[in-house]
Ligand binder design. Structure first.
Ligand SMILES: NC(=O)C1=CN([C@@H]2O[C@H](COP(=O)(O)OP(=O)(O)OC[C@H]3O[C@@H](n4cnc5c(N)ncnc54)[C@H](O)[C@@H]3O)[C@@H](O)[C@H]2O)[C@H](O)CC1
Length: 481
């Protein structure tokens, strides 16, 4: 039993929560599939209990329901099966025998929609053979499926899939997001996901949530609003520190990202010759990069900086130097090295992709992609500051919790996107956002720009296309305040 279920039970709220869960599922089914017979499959635990409640609500709405259930073991599943019977709906045993599966296939044939209440968060892989037969029969029937909490056979805490879980068209997630509903191949099996808070007392879900997914309005509220008399000196002076012979495009892309995200003055400092891709950028080449930065600092202290993009082997030493200045800083690419363990401060943002995250945690990339929420949390604990674990969707971990941003566009899987994002986050830091706010608003803006540009360029999307769309993304997002 998960911590939340235990707390609900202790507080005497589990029965109320199950009633709400069943109501939410019935509402979703009735709205998405307003006609035809509803076949509800109930497992032996509380997930099955939710299905019995949903059946009662659907029956009350005048829907034809057929309920097939395993032996109910959870006390509230038994209670709600009895209530269903009292409301005039009989249930049929769900059996995995050849005759039982044949009966299930017939029932599936007559169903307009199937409700999956077989297994929820209590599932521990692998799926036992008896239930695997039931799940296979449902998948083979090709009927629309609404899953309760998560599709049966998915491990709630894992983005990866083992065996052959149930494939749902809709999932009604109860109370909080689960890793399986947010990331990787598991999320693809959940279909359209709707989160229902179950009308629990405020703070309950939040206290146990593994992660939250902020609404657009919440992100938009973090975007800076400028005074009419703003000038380039008040819109944020940003330094981009990167580039090395052979990797000079990366800092240029970060510089463009910073300008397009509203930075007033952007200077690229590099040991190499960085191309002037936008005449509005200032580009400085230094034979001794560390010395030049230290010399420039007293007279031209930036409001924020981003460091590491294409920077090469000197990146960790430069990162240490810069972190000592306590300026809001984004650390990316070559600056993401294990030797910087514990070097972060409150105003710094680390932006690894899964491969870099694996390097930072001394593990392999699949360990990161299997559970991105845990990986982001572990990175934040080890390195300090705020961590953006990049991906579709990106995860932001900060001392106050973990947030999952909206995903961008599949076309964003191309070189240079991370460089642009570093510039965007640095620009927001330079405009006064704190590290957690800049990280969340930055990944959200970048993802929205990716969606807008992706609608035009598809898989041919480039980081430059995304930068160009940043202004429109900002306007779009801020209109949702
Ligand atoms: N958290 C909430 O806000 C609420 C959650 N609700 C629902 O409760 C389930 C979790 O219920 P639980 O009883 O803990 O577990 P399940 O019903 O998911 O499954 C238990 C059941 O499954 C069997 N089982 C486990 N592993 C396997 C396997 N590999 N193969 C076959 N069978 C397996 C196990 O033996 C048990 O019998 C949550 O998802 C929500 O749907 C509340 O109703 C509302 C509040």
């Amino acid at each position: 039993m998960r911590a939340l279920d235990l707390r609900l039970e202790r507080a005497g709220l589990l029965e109320l929560a199950m009633e709400e869960a069943g109501r939410a599922v019935a509402d979703t089914v009735h709205a998405a599939f307003p006609a035809g017979r509803v076949l509800l499959l109930a497992g032996s635990g509380a997930n099955g209990g939710d299905a019995y409640v949903a059946a009662r609500h659907l029956h009350a709405l005048g829907r034809a329901v057929e309920v097939r259930g395993l032996n109910a073991r959870h006390p509230l599943a038994r209670t709600n099966r009895r209530r269903l019977l009292a409301a005039g709906v009989r249930t049929t045993p769900l059996a995995a025998s050849p005759a039982g599966l044949a009966a299930l296939r017939r029932a599936l044939g007559g169903a307009a929609v199937v409700v999956d209440g077989l297994l929820g968060t209590g599932f521990t892989p692998p799926l036992r053979p008896a239930l695997a037969g039931v799940v296979a029969a449902v998948n083979a029937a090709g009927r629309p499926v609404v899953a309760i909490d998560l599709p049966s056979g998915l491990d709630a805490e894992m983005a990866e899939v083992s065996g052959d879980p149930l494939r749902a068209d809709h999932t009604v997630a109860l109370c909080g997001w689960k890793t399986a509903l947010l990331f990787g191949p598991a999320a693809h099996l959940a279909g359209q996901v709707r989160l229902d808070g179950l009308r629990l007392p405020p703070g309950w879900a939040l206290a146990e949530a593994t992660a939250t997914r902020p609404a657009d309005a919440e992100v938009a509220a973090r975007l800076p609003v400028r005074a009419a008399d703003a000038h380039k000196g008040t819109a944020g002076r940003v330094w981009i520190v990167g580039g090395h012979p052979g990797t000079v495009g990366a800092p240029a892309l970060a510089g463009v990202g910073a300008l397009r995200a509203g930075a007033g003055l952007v200077t690229v400092h590099s040991a190499a010759e960085v191309p002037l891709v936008m005449p509005e950028l200032m580009v400085r080449r230094h034979a001794d990069l560390a010395g030049a930065l230290a010399d420039t600092l007293p007279d031209a202290r930036p409001d924020a900086l981003a460091l590491g993009m294409g920077l090469g082997p000197d990146a960790p030493a430069l990162a240490r130097l810069v972190l000592g200045w306590r300026i809001p800083t984004v650390l990316d690419a070559d600056a993401l090295q294990p030797e910087l363990t514990g070097a972060g401060h409150d105003a710094c943002v680390w932006t690894p992709h899964p491969g870099e995250a694996a390097r930072l945690l001394g593990t392999r990339t699949p360990e990161i992609t299997r559970d991105p929420l845990e990986a982001a949390r572990a990175l934040q604990a080890r390195y300090g500051g705020v961590v953006v674990l990049k991906g579709g969707p990106s995860v932001v971990a900060h001392p106050g919790g973990v947030q999952v941003a909206r995903p961008g566009h599949p076309g964003m899987a191309s070189a240079g996107m991370g460089d642009t994002l570093s510039g965007v986050i640095a620009a927001l830091l330079g405009q006064g956002l704190d590290a957690a706010g800049a990280a969340l608003a930055g990944v959200s803006l970048h993802a929205r720009a990716g969606q807008l540009a992706g609608a035009q360029h598809g898989y041919g999307l480039s980081a430059t296309d995304v930068s160009v769309a940043l202004g429109a993304a900002w306007l779009d997002l801020s209109s949702r305040r």
